[in-house]
Every structure is written in structure tokens, then in C-alpha cells.
Design a protein around this ligand. Structure first.
Ligand code: SAM
Ligand code: DTB
Ligand code: SF4
Length: 335
């Protein structure tokens, strides 16, 4: 029977309600989140995504967490957009290692129209390998969004990162409203939305709760919600940020699971600094997706061997690939 996509999904979350959940005793919160998780998903399956930076560094935005901002003092040099064939060779390796979604990220404020043909070729090529595609390219115009949709893009990642109130403390070159505008374009074009945020940038628990309320109350809940733990990158204004209490991190995952019951919640950046036990608690609380492979965009990530040992100890299995459909609904042939 087809899953009812509306019954348990609410768009009227209030801050007080979410804060009350967040403040529950840890085990009560975890039990509730895990109950929701089991009702919607196989709790022993984790969706595996792989990231590739297709254009690194030199970004004009001033995101204070990011090693790729030209305004931050990191050592990273700016690259050109990677050639399509190289992207596809990397994507093939990721597929052969078990990834079912390939996420391509560019250090842009927004794409230039001259780059769109190469971007479209990457989407088509990765889909032809039998993987879902995700792009994260910054803000999109209406026309660029439609071009991505026509190329067959499955997901667009565009994080709101934090609460609206705290946003200006982290980024000044764009607004929270700019972010929502691109998300609306993506949603209206029929591309699945991947949006989440970062913990550990100096925000309060209230900011974290407000961020989740903003995500859950979007007109359609994002299909994918990455929750990143800040990786304090050298040379950035947040290089000395205080680490997040792992139990607070798990609470945010649990809250995301309860408020967005049918979304994949991704345990994203920061896993190299996380113990196996913390990651296991995150999976119990409802995280059911991760980035596999030893590199994120510019920062390290646990390698596959470490993840597979952890999966073995916990009895977890990678989620199977979703069928890749042509626009007509006919499954595409994988090569
Ligand atoms: N330039 C595009 C944009 O900003 O949307 C795409 C790439 S950007 C690097 C993607 C996301 O990675 C950011 O929105 C942020 O949430 C996350 N991110 C970047 N640097 C991070 C860090 N040091 N620690 C944790 N997450 C980070
Ligand atoms: C997301 O939320 N996290 C990913 C992906 N979306 C694009 C990026 C994490 C970046 C971590 C820092 C780095 O690799 O430079
Ligand atoms: Fe640029 Fe994205 Fe990094 Fe911000 S997060 S500096 S927009 S690459």
C-alpha cells in the first residue's frame, strides 16, 4: 500500500511546543523520537550519500563557518569547475562503493549561466549511472531552477543553517529570506528539497528549535534534512567555536525526527569528531542518512571501513537505491 504522505505531517508547529519536547527528559524524548522513526522507516537502514566538491574555494559569500569563502583566511585556493568526465569518474567510484545519492557542491553565491550546460551534463551523467542526484550551487534564478529540473535533478541542497534571528551573526552577504526564496523556487519546480543547518556556531537552544520550526513549517516538509556539527575550519571566524554537547546534538536529531516524521534526517558534517556511541544514539533518535567516504567537500569524514565496522556492530544496513525514473516514469537504464 502506498505510504500516506500527509496524515502524520504537521505544518503548524509552535516554538513553545517544540521547546517543551526539547526539554523532556533525555530518554522520554529519545523513546518518542524512536517510536515515530519506527512507524515511518525501517530503523536499521541508512541512506548513503556521497559528496563531491565540483568547484572549490574563492566564494564571494562570507559564511563564517566556511573554508571556501574568499573572505575567510583559510589556505584553500580557488579551483575551476571540474570537468564533467572527472565528475562522472568519481561518481562511478562512489556508486561502486555503495552510494545511492551523489551530491555535487560548488562554492558559488549562485551559478553563472555559462556553467549551466556542464551542470546539466553532470546531472544526466550521474543519473545514467543509476544514482539519485543532488546539487548545491547557491541561490538559483527561476530559469536555472527549471533547467535543473529538466535535466532530471532529484534534490537541491540549500541549508537555512540556523534560526532567522541568528542568521545575520553568521552570514551578512545574503539573508534568511533569500534562502527561503530559492527553496520555494526549487519546491515549486518539483525538485526534492534538502535543507538543514549547523550546530555549534554559538547559537542558543532556542535558535536550534526555531530552525527546526522553520523547516517543519515549510509548505512541504523537506525530503532531506542535513544536521551538521560545525567543523571548526582553520582561518574562519568560527575556528575556535566551543564544541557542541553530544547529548544536545542527539536532542536536535530527535526533535527533527518527531517534527518531520517522513523526512530523511542526515547525520552530516562533524562525524570524525563524534564517538561511535554518539552516532549510535543519533541513529536511534531518528537519523537515517549519512555522507559516506573519507572527504566531505573540503573536510575529512570517517572512511568507509570505520562506518562499515560501526554498521556491523549495530546491525545497520545501507538503504537500497530508489528507482531512477525518466521524466515519463520509465526506469532509466544504468550503465
Ligand atoms: N555554496 C553553496 C551554499 O552555500 O549553499 C553550497 C555549498 S555549502 C559548503 C553547503 C553547506 O555546507 C552549508 O550550507 C553549510 O550548512 C555546510 N557547511 C559548510 N562548511 C561547514 C563546516 N565547516 N561545518 C559544518 N557544516 C558546514
Ligand atoms: C550539508 O548540509 N553538509 C554538506 C552538504 N550539505 C553540502 C557539506 C558539509 C561541508 C563540511 C565542510 C567541508 O567539507 O568543507
Ligand atoms: Fe560559499 Fe557556500 Fe561556503 Fe557560504 S557555505 S562561503 S556560499 S561555499
Amino acid at each position: 500500500m502506498a505510504k500516506d504522505l500527509t496524515a502524520r505531517v504537521r505544518h503548524d508547529w509552535t516554538r513553545t511546543e517544540a521547546a517543551d519536547l526539547y526539554a523532556r527528559p533525555f530518554f522520554d524524548l529519545l523513546y518518542q523520537a524512536h517510536t515515530v522513526h519506527r512507524a515511518e522507516f525501517d530503523p536499521n537502514r541508512i541512506q548513503m550519500s556521497r559528496l563531491l566538491s565540483i568547484k572549490t574555494g574563492g566564494c564571494p559569500e562570507d559564511c563564517s563557518y566556511c573554508s571556501q569563502s574568499a573572505r575567510n583566511g583559510s589556505e584553500l585556493s580557488a579551483s575551476k569547475l571540474m570537468e564533467v568526465e572527472r565528475v562522472l569518474a568519481e561518481a562511478r567510484k562512489a556508486r561502486d562503493a555503495g552510494a545511492t545519492r551523489y551530491c555535487m557542491g560548488a562554492a558559488w553565491r549562485s551559478p553563472k549561466d555559462r556553467d549551466m550546460a556542464a551542470i546539466e551534463a553532470m546531472v544526466k551523467g550521474v543519473r545514467a549511472l543509476g544514482m539519485e542526484t543532488c546539487m548545491t550551487l547557491g541561490m538559483l534564478s527561476g530559469e536555472q531552477t527549471l533547467r535543473l529540473k529538466e535535466a532530471g535533478l532529484d534534490y537541491y541542497n540549500h541549508n537555512i543553517d540556523t534560526s532567522e534571528a541568528f542568521y545575520g551573526e553568521v552570514i551578512t552577504t545574503r539573508t534568511f529570506a533569500d534562502r527561503l526564496e530559492t527553496l520555494e523556487r526549487v519546491r515549486e519546480a518539483g525538485i526534492k528539497v534538502c535543507t538543514g543547518g549547523i550546530l555549534g556556531m554559538g547559537e542558543t537552544a532556542g535558535d536550534r528549535i526555531d530552525m527546526l520550526v522553520a523547516l517543519a513549517n515549510l509548505p512541504e516538509q523537506p525530503q532531506s534534512v542535513p544536521i551538521n556539527m560545525l567543523i571548526p575550519m582553520e582561518g574562519t571566524p568560527l575556528q575556535d567555536a566551543a564544541p557542541v554537547d553530544p547529548f544536545d546534538f542527539v536532542r536536535v536529531i530527535a526533535l527533527a525526527r518527531i517534527m518531520m516524521p517522513q523526512s530523511h534526517v542526515r547525520l552530516s558534517a562533524g562525524r570524525t569528531e563524534m564517538s561511535d556511541e554518539t552516532q549510535a544514539l543519533c541513529f536511534f533518535a531518528g537519523a537515517n542518512s549519512l555522507f559516506m567516504g573519507d572527504t566531505l567537500l573540503t573536510a575529512p569524514n570517517p572512511d568507509q571501513d570505520r562506518d562499515m565496522v560501526l554498521f556491523g556492530r549495530l546491525g545497520l544496513k545501507p538503504e537500497e537505491a530508489a528507482p531512477i525514473l525518466e521524466p515519463t516514469g520509465v526506469p532509466a537504464a544504468a550503465s
